[in-house]
Design a protein around this ligand. Structure first.
Ligand SMILES: NC(=O)c1ccc[n+]([C@@H]2O[C@H](COP(=O)([O-])OP(=O)(O)OC[C@H]3O[C@@H](n4cnc5c(N)ncnc54)[C@H](O)[C@@H]3O)[C@@H](O)[C@H]2O)c1
Length: 405
């Protein structure tokens, strides 16, 4: 990354050096941001994006839009502390937010089921767009989002930031860049965690609004499985159920219907096999990635009991091929604590770098599409109790490469 220690954001954090005159500032000199972002959707993730935008430092928050007054109030209070020199505009409508000539990019962090309709308005501008995952709740809508993105006059990036988690960034380096376990043969992932959190309007308790838990949350893991497998997913078999969570939960007279446990098996066109295990009634969170290659095995994990510090671990076995080792990859605390163990920070670094230089390394729209396609196939497999061929849920003649941006 080539970031010098003298440029560390620690020195530039407000407060500690507030007593200095500007002429005495060198390490703590403030730089003015080059870009302004408009944030659409100011709930949990919208605020995480605001925090990370300001922590990265290349952009300020020029304006915010959310139909829920409490979300706006909460975001304004946070920004009054983090961005005291600039009060963001509050827009009266999505159209107004998108049309603001003062912003360069839009961060869309609204509930899943709104992504397509928000994208239809956002792509009428020529602003860069950052869209939260999953890009849509169904394969059909995801194809439409990809089409909008491909025709957009600026970049469209997606929130599959788990690739930047310290343990997975290490795994990518070991497995895909340094090829330290040889040819990948199988990829296993596991997410065992606490239940879905409360949300504005509790949209995440209903498959209609999320696309199903295997689309909503697990698109992150299917993105990683697809990435390490290095092929196109062809067939999916899954079993799952709503075993424990929200069985007595109703909202607007509707019963929660999201599943909370699942096992998913994936066949890829290159012969690699993938598997995923989900459990959402655990008093903590544990993620695991196991990649087996013909020359070694990598096991990456992160875990925390509820309320406890996260622990990271990567174990590499290379036998007679080289050095086997165990490491505990990490980011500085102020980055890790900014959200999703630091991965959101590095997703913003990538977004700002692309705005500034045009160079980008990260998930494409096509990859975001496949992360949903596997989830949607798994949801269907559970409903139909049958193996699902991806070709059965894709339109005839579908060509994923035409969706990459
Ligand atoms: N990348 C990640 O790791 C990650 C983590 C959590 C959530 N997410 C995604 O972020 C998105 C938002 O989730 P959240 O957890 O912040 O939910 P949330 O319920 O906390 O916040 C959503 C906000 O969007 C607002 N909203 C609803 N419809 C809107 C519209 N049409 N225009 C503008 N604002 C609207 C709501 O009023 C609410 O304030 C979802 O797509 C979710 O899947 C991603």
């Amino acid at each position: 990354m080539g970031h010098r220690v003298t440029d560390s954001r620690v020195f530039r954090q407000r407060g500690a050096f507030a007593y200095l005159d500007d002429e005495d500032r060198y390490l703590s000199a403030q730089t003015s941001p080059d870009f302004k972002f408009g944030v659409i959707g100011c709930g949990m993730m919208g605020r995480e994006h605001m925090r990370n935008t300001l922590l990265v430092g290349g952009a300020s928050i020029g304006g915010i839009f959310d139909p829920t007054p409490k979300s706006i109030d909460h975001a304004l209070k946070m920004l009054a502390k983090l961005q005291p020199s600039e009060l963001p505009k509050t827009y009266g409508s999505l159209e107004e937010a998108c049309a603001d000539p003062d912003t360069d990019a839009l961060i869309i962090a609204t509930p899943n089921y709104t992504h397509l309709e928000v994208m239809r308005v956002a792509t009428k501008t020529n602003k860069a767009i950052f869209l939260e995952k999953p890009i849509a709740t169904s394969v059909t809508d995801a194809i439409e989002v990809c089409r909008l993105a491909a025709n957009h006059r600026n970049i469209v990036r997606v929130g599959l930031q788990y690739r930047h988690k310290a343990v997975y960034a290490e795994a990518i380096t070991e497995v895909l860049e340094q090829r330290n376990i040889g040819e990948v043969c199988s990829v296993n992932m596991l997410e065992h965690r606490f239940p879905f959190l409360d949300k504005v309007g509790q949209w995440n308790k209903f498959d209609e609004y999320t696309g199903g838990a295997l689309v909503e949350k697990c698109c992150h893991y299917f993105d990683l499985i697809n990435l390490f497998a290095g092929g196109i997913p062809e067939q999916v078999f899954a079993s799952g159920s709503q075993a424990v969570n929200f069985k007595d939960f109703t909202h607007d007279n509707r019963r929660a219907d999201g599943l909370d446990q699942a096992h998913v098996v994936i066949n890829f066109d290159n012969g690699v096999i993938g598997a995923f295990s989900l459990c959402m009634f655990v008093p903590g969170s544990r993620e695991e990635l196991i990649v087996c290659g013909d020359a070694g095995r990598l096991h990456a994990s992160e875990q925390a009991l509820l309320g406890e510090q996260n622990q990271n671990r990567v174990e590499l076995w290379t036998g007679e091929n080289g050095v086997s080792r165990i490491s505990t990859p990490s980011y500085p605390g102020y980055i890790a604590n900014a959200g999703h163990h630091g991965s959101t920070f590095f997703e913003h670094v990538a977004f700002i770098e692309e705005l500034a230089t045009g160079e980008y390394r990260g998930p494409s729209l096509a990859e975001a599409f496949w992360s949903i396609a596997v989830g949607a196939a798994a949801q269907r497999s559970i409903t139909e109790r049958a193996l699902v061929d991806l070709s059965d849920i894709l339109p005839v003649g579908f060509d994923a490469s035409s969706f990459s941006s």
